[in-house]
Each structure stands twice: as structure tokens, then as C-alpha cells.
Design a binder for this molecule. Sequence first.
Ligand code: SF4
Length: 378
Amino acid sequence: MSVLTAPASTRVIDLVAESGLTGRGGGSFPVHRKLTAAVGRRPRLVVNACEGEPWSVKDRWIVENDPGPLLAGATALARAVGARRVLLAVHEGSPTHRAAERLDLDGHGIELLGAPGGYVASEASALVSFLDGGPAVPVTHRAPLAVGDRRHPAAVVQNAETVYRVGQLLDRGVDWFRRHGTPDEPGPRFFSLSGAVAGGPRVVEAGAGVGLAELVAAVGGYTEPVRAVLASGWSGSWLGWAEAGLVPWSDEGLRPLGAGVGNGIVHLLPASVCPLVAVGAQLDALARASAGQCGPCLFGLPAVADDWRRLTAGEPGVLDRLRRRLGLLPGRGGCHHPDGAARNAASALRVFADHLPTHAQGGGRSAGRPACPATRGV
Ligand code: SF4
């Protein structure tokens, strides 16, 4: 019986619920809830292996190195929700795309969806828009994607690692799965380590609650002194190097620092890099990546990026305005893109507070010139 004609089954969904598996793409949403909402709607199942974050390489690693559980998980989920189509979404022309072309997708009833590259193009609703013939930009939707509406029929979008974990779960069982991680955040997960690591980004598998020292040791240690750590990539939060090493790397452990594991990116910022320049480059990229449909993206992100440039140049009186603008971004866009940029910038202001004076005019080596001791820009 092919995947597309198999009856819906709740057995897989029950198993996923029992395991406590949450989405590995960043949202940490309970997977079984999305599946349950889609049952009876003949949804499209989209396995999202597009990695918009430049330092995320875990989904690429799965497709290149261990696609078996991914294909098994996709097949099982398709049966569970009664999917009418199953698609593996990759960025067109990416290494993941090339690796996916070598897989036996036809034999598993899976189509390959080559989506345009770009930061917001991998967002779930952007993929659904593209699948339905529209642009690969986030769309506002009153009903959850798994339920669908007239413009966009039901679609279950699951991150590739999430689907891979389902494949492992079916093979090895719930007890095996729950032996990893913490009781509240069970199961193995991938972390992508980049920055001051050799040959990065590198993928490390561990459970939630792992220590930063253990993650860094798994890639052979850091290659130069580290100033700070960015958790969950450009839309994530900055942590000081010392504090990042004192907490368990789980959502619960990182929450007091305003951070979460998210998509598993762990970027070690070298001490030789100016943090303001590094954050500024990310804010510029996030402003450019917006689909320009909503006010916070159209006006807010460019204004914040401009304020950050002025702050870096040592212009006086910028900080208060920047803080005000950051407070206006969260929760006001059609998707969470502006929220991520605000989180990045606000956490950077906290973690790099002791670095700001080196950029203030008057404190420089000569008039108007910052005294930032960093030797590298980005
Ligand atoms: S918030 Fe930005 S990225 Fe999200 S839908 Fe609106 S314009 Fe597009």
C-alpha cells in the first residue's frame, strides 16, 4: 500500500505523544498536537530541511549522512495523518538539495520541493505559500497551517530533525528516546557549533541539559578565546561566555538568561571580534531578509539596524531610542521574524554592556574614533 492511500492511524501519534518529542526547528512545539490537528483533513506533509540560518547544518547532516530514519519518519507520519502528498523541502541548489537528489524519494512516495534560498523562505507558512504557487514569504493565516483555510489547505510542516527523531523513535522505542535529555525535554537532539571551533559549523548530538563545556569538547575545544555565545542563531539570544558555561543547555536551564535551545545553534564569538560590528552585520542581514509586508519589518528593522550602526560609530544619544524601538518590535509582525531580531539586539545590549563605552565618542583613541580593542570586524 502506498503512503498516499494508507489509512490514517493514531498509533504513531500516540507514540510521539508518549515520547514527549517537541519540534527541533526552533519552536519546541509538542509534535503530536500538530499531527492531531491535521488528522482527517488529508494534509500535505512538508519535511522542512531548508536551513535559513547560516550556522545551522544539522538538517543537511541528516540528509547527507543518515537519511534512513528521516525517510522512515516521513513515511510513518504521512500514514498517521493520512497525507495526500509528502514533500521534502530544501533550498534550491543547496548542498542539502544535491544530497536529497541522491535519495530514493520516489520509492518512499516523497516529492522534492526546491524552495528559493533566503532567511524567511524556510519559515513554515512561507513554504506552504510556495507550495501553493505563491511567493516563498510568510503569510498571515487565521487558522493553524495544520487545519488550513480556503487559500492554503491543511499542511503539516515539520523540521527535518523532528521527522528524523520520529524515525528513530519507531525503531528504538519510547524508553530509548526518554533516556536522553531531561524529563521535560526528552530525546536526543542536534546542536550546530560554529565560530571559534575548528572546521565549523559542526554537528554534535546530545540531550537537552548538556553542559556547554561538553558540547565544545565534542568538537575538539575552542580555537581561540571566546567572548560570548549566541544561542539559537540570528533570531536567538546572546550569553556571556562565563554564564553560558554555568547553566544546563535546555530551554529550562537557559530561560533565566532569556534564551532557549531553539534550533540548536551554538555560535562561539571570538574575543578578537568586535561584538557590536558582529551584531550589526546580523541586524543588517535580518532587515534585508524581511519580506517587507508588515510595519515592524518594513520600518522597524531598518531603523534598528541604522541605530545599531550609529551606536557602533559612537554617536551619542542613540541607546535610549534603540531600546524604545526594540520594545516595539515583538508580537507585531505577521510572523516572528521581527521578534527574533529584537531578541538578538536586546540580549546583545545586556551581554556587551561593558563593551559599549569603548565605542562612545570622547573615550576613543582620538576625537570621534572608537577605542574598541577588538582586532577584527566580523
Ligand atoms: S513580520 Fe516580516 S517576515 Fe514576517 S510576514 Fe511580516 S514582513 Fe514578512
